[in-house]
Design a protein around this ligand. Structure first.
Ligand code: SF4
Length: 215
């Protein structure tokens, strides 16, 4: 494994951004600890959380060598823990001030859906015109099972699931592509999550075991 830590890393033809290792969940399927913070040779253990400038420099460096289809906030941590930083960076992209990056590039956030609870405000409203896609790891239609699977910290246990559902509904008003995801765990009722996604009027995607790390 690389000893230098990684902010921007490549997967397929996307550039992924690892901007925090913090997360209010400890999902049973999260592989960040099992994989010792390594992701296919990239060391995602941040020694410090990157500033907007750090992110810009790393993204510019990567885009100088290659044209990516999209930028994805993902990594080993919950991106909305640092929504203000992510937003500032995305605004810089949209304004054309991140060198070599097309201002209209597709931008996706992979999230656990707790962003409104984390930030204590409706951050989906701030995503309009900035974020193209939100992929929300839900995995269940049951409040009780959500707690079992996601193992949230105490502050998120009681109203976490309801907050994620509310986040999904609100996101539809600001973000074009909203997709609920479910991992292929034995105890996960994939069809039930798909039905819930349909009833919420959003897309659905099942995630194979090998994609666990992309929550
Ligand atoms: S899978 Fe995602 S939401 Fe779950 S603990 Fe890991 S980083 Fe957090």
């Amino acid at each position: 494994m690389n000893t230098k830590y990684t902010i921007a890393y490549e997967y397929h033809n996307s550039l992924y951004l690892n901007i925090t290792n913090r997360c209010p969940n400890l999902c049973v399927f999260c592989i960040k600890n099992k994989w010792n913070m390594d992701y296919r040779g990239y060391n995602l253990k941040l020694l410090k959380e990157p500033s907007v400038e750090d992110i810009k420099v790393d993204v510019e460096k990567n885009f100088l060598n290659k044209k990516y289809d999209e930028i994805v906030f993902c990594g080993y941590g919950e991106p909305t823990m640092r929504w203000d930083t992510a937003k500032e960076f995305i605004m810089a992209v949209r304004s054309g001030s991140v060198k070599s990056v097309p201002p209209k590039i597709r931008i996706r956030i992979n999230t656990n859906g707790l962003g409104n609870l984390i930030n204590k405000r409706d951050i989906t409203l701030e995503m309009k015109g900035l974020v193209d896609a939100l992929h929300i790891s839900l995995n269940t239609r049951s409040r009780e099972q959500w707690v079992k699977l996601m193992q949230p910290f105490n502050d998120y246990r009681d109203n976490g699931f309801d907050s994620v559902i509310d986040f999904i509904k609100r996101a539809k008003g600001s973000v074009k592509e909203v997709i609920v995801t479910a991992v292929e765990l034995e105890e996960v009722d994939i069809k039930a999550v798909e039905n819930l996604a349909n009833s919420l009027g959003v897309g659905f995607r099942r995630r194979p075991l090998l994609d666990y790390e992309e929550a």
